[in-house]
Write a protein that binds this ligand. Sequence first.
Ligand code: FAD
Length: 318
Amino acid sequence: MIRRFWQSAMIGLARSPSVRHFMQTSRATSGVRSRYIAIGDAAGAVARAQTLWHDAGIRVSLFYLGEYVDDPALVEENVEAKLDAARMLGAAGLDVHVSVDLTQVGHMLDPGLARRHLDALAAAVGEAASGRPGLHVLMLDMEDRSVVDATIALHDELARRGRPVALTLQANLERTADDLERQVRRGSRVRLVKGAFPEPRSGTFPTRAAIKANFRRLIDQMLASEALEQGFYPIIATHDERLIEHAREHAEANGWPVGAYEFEMLLGVRETVARQLVSEGERVRLYMPFGHDWWPYTARRIGETPANAWLLARSLVG
Ligand SMILES: Cc1cc2nc3c(=O)[nH]c(=O)nc-3n(C[C@H](O)[C@H](O)[C@H](O)COP(=O)(O)OP(=O)(O)OC[C@H]3O[C@@H](n4cnc5c(N)ncnc54)[C@H](O)[C@@H]3O)c2cc1C
């Protein structure tokens, strides 16, 4: 109850233009910013990615910040920054792994525009990877329920045309078991998350316990031996150690070799767990956002646990 209230309140603050302006222009907020965001431009994020890879064996997915964008100039800026990120990851010899939200590349202005941008971005990922081994994809993040159908449809269309794409699905939605089943049969690459958007009750799991139980069932679907035979690539994106353990046990029991699946976590959250997993031989990636429009993303992260209230309070009074 408290968690749901906290999450909804933070989503409200994430969407408030005046709070966004204050947070993104005030010097006092740099502490809360640096917790979850790589500071600097694409070059800075790639430099940090190189350090993580060389020092800790951790891969990254780069995400240029910006969401629910209805300004054509900002859409162009988002696309350019993501193209830069893809080229620079390729030039650095790292996985060319770039995450994108449908609403940041023009979906709110014209779905056809978003489609063309996603196609160009996926093509750029393929070119920058130039046949090197690794997981090189344009990863479609998943936003609120109003864009789930559109996101899946675009993913499927690009995949059919041979573009290197991957898809995020949310365990809080009842529909996900069916969506996942279709993706397993296609041999897709799917990132499973709990879901960061409070949704209307119909069609969603009502409690955290129910979402977690569904996450377990979806892990079982992703790491079934039939999924391995289909060439499906599971990405388990959580900081929940019980779910991570469940996935590891299931992977081992069903004969999944290390490197045929991976774990993904967020920059700034439980990085000790990420490092521990790598030291035990698992493939791990960090989702690394960068860019100046950092407040909406950060507010959602703060909203993930009421324990983060202190982080926000400290940054505002200190
Ligand atoms: C790589 C990645 C990509 C994602 N992409 C999407 C997406 O496209 N769409 C979407 O809706 N959601 C996305 N999410 C967010 C996701 O839906 C969850 O909201 C988020 O991961 C928290 O859930 P959890 O599974 O880590 O479990 P939780 O039970 O929330 O967290 C487990 C533990 O991790 C720690 N923790 C988790 N989050 C935080 C935090 N923000 N700050 C401090 N500690 C924390 C806490 O100690 C907590 O007890 C993504 C998450 C990851 C890891």
